[in-house]
Design a protein around this ligand. Structure first.
Ligand code: FAD
Length: 390
């Protein structure tokens, strides 16, 4: 086993889920790890999301990464006290077109997925019988995490690790080839030298590597979110997706989803205009995270459009059979978006990996992305593996 002081060092820029995924994988592989985060706590995309680890609704490479991420989430519940539970995902259909999408989905859904009747769907959400939907697909393996505590818990675990360290309140100004053959990370609190650097700056990647962000077509996708009080006692159930979600995730793609898109364009154009994905997750404190709209910009304006929030709230209220939902908080989230690639992975400088999830699925795929990056590092700089520390 490599003595601690001579283990190769990895520096990670960004303490969001993607940066911390790399930090955890690097610690498990025996590296020394220093995470550098500009804010005094991570407050960007990784805390503003639904906490939905929706593996079952992804397709292709995202699905593979998502499935690899699930066991890592479970291990972080054990090791780092991450608040995450196997909630499953309930995809609710309220029209014939939506139900047709579910029937297509079932052909390629995970083995344990089940199609629920309207009554079973109502029971799962503890709805009044008068508002029963038509049907739902229950995808049991997906996870709901508490997005407000997750990255803080992982960062605390990294910082407490004998080979780990997290430097908050430290901005990285440059990442460049170092004088001694490694990589130099120039920060607002001095420089540090590492054998390898992972830049996981989310939508802020272009501040450090503008050409990489430009080549990757990275822009800012702004989303409107609300936290509401659950309108009735719902227990701690699954994450809930709806018809607009069926237009968004790869697992639903097919003729039925296209027919649904045409129906919504005709009957509910306002939902498509805000690129809505009406969904919610149930949190431990009895509140619901409800969203969301999408608008992509070079730089996202900070303003929340109240009509958009109302539309999302009205949809969620109708789904739950409530007259209105009591709003507790509103916020905007921004994630990196690209119409050229789903995940950006590049090496702008030897010894540096820049990683950004450009599809709004970082909670779902990020942990596996970290594991894959670290496993692929050249053997020369690789630490001798040690068993995962508790
Ligand atoms: C509203 C919303 C809902 C979403 N819902 C889901 C969901 O339910 N499921 C899902 O899978 N995904 C979801 N996503 C997407 C997911 O949140 C993101 O893909 C993921 O959080 C990106 O993680 P990240 O670590 O790359 O970025 P971030 O969380 O943005 O972290 C990047 C970090 O890098 C730091 N940083 C940047 N530049 C520097 C620098 N120069 N020096 C030091 N530090 C720096 C930043 O301060 C930040 O803390 C959602 C996103 C939003 C906004």
């Amino acid at each position: 086993m490599t003595p601690i002081a001579s283990a190769p060092r990895i520096a990670v820029v960004g303490a969001g889920i993607v940066g911390l995924a790399h930090a955890v994988a690097a610690l498990d592989a025996g590296y020394r790890v220093t995470v550098v985060e500009q804010d005094s706590a991570a407050v960007l995309a990784s805390v503003r999301n639904f906490g939905h680890v929706g593996a079952s609704v992804q397709a292709g490479e995202l699905r593979e990464l998502a499935e690899e991420s699930l066991p890592i989430w479970h291990s972080l519940v054990e090791r780092a006290g991450v608040e995450a539970r196997r909630s499953g995902t309930l995809v609710v259909a309220r029209s014939a077109a939506e139900e047709a999408v579910l029937h297509e989905l079932m052909g390629r859904a995970p083995e344990r997925a089940r199609l629920l009747s309207g009554a079973e769907t109502g029971d799962a959400l503890r709805l009044d019988p008068s508002v029963r939907p038509r049907a739902a697909a229950l995808l049991p393996d997906d996870i709901t995490a508490n997005p407000r505590t997750t990255v803080a818990r992982i960062a605390a675990w990294v910082d407490a690790h004998e080979r780990g360290e997290v430097r908050f309140g430290t901005t990285v100004h440059a990442v460049e080839t170092g004088a001694r053959g490694g990589v130099e990370v120039v920060t607002s609190r001095g420089a540090l030298e590492a054998d390898h650097v992972v830049v996981a700056a989310g939508h802020l990647l272009g501040r450090l590597f503008p050409e990489v962000a430009e080549r990757g077509g990275v822009r800012e996708c702004a989303l409107q979110m609300v936290r509401v009080r659950a309108p009735h006692a719902m227990g701690l159930g699954p994450a809930v997706l709806t018809g607009t979600s069926m237009l968004r995730y790869g697992a639903f793609e097919g003729p039925a989803a296209e027919a649904l898109r045409a129906e919504l364009a005709r009957d509910r154009p306002e939902l498509l205009e805000i690129d809505a994905n009406v969904m919610l997750t149930q949190q431990d404190d009895g509140t619901l995270l409800v969203g969301d709209s999408h608008a992509t910009h070079d730089t996202a304006p900070p303003f929340l459009d109240e009509r958009w929030s109302q539309l999302l709230l009205d949809e969620a209220a109708a789904l739950l059979g409530a007259r209105r939902l009591e709003v507790l908080e509103r916020w905007q989230g921004v994630y990196a978006a690209s119409d050229r690639r789903r995940i950006l992975r590049e090496s702008p400088v030897p010894g540096v990996t820049a990683v950004s999830v450009t599809t709004g699925t970082g909670m779902t795929v990020g942990l596996a992305l970290g594991a894959r990056t670290i496993a692929a590092l050249p053997a020369a700089g690789r630490a001798s593996a040690v068993p995962p520390a508790g």
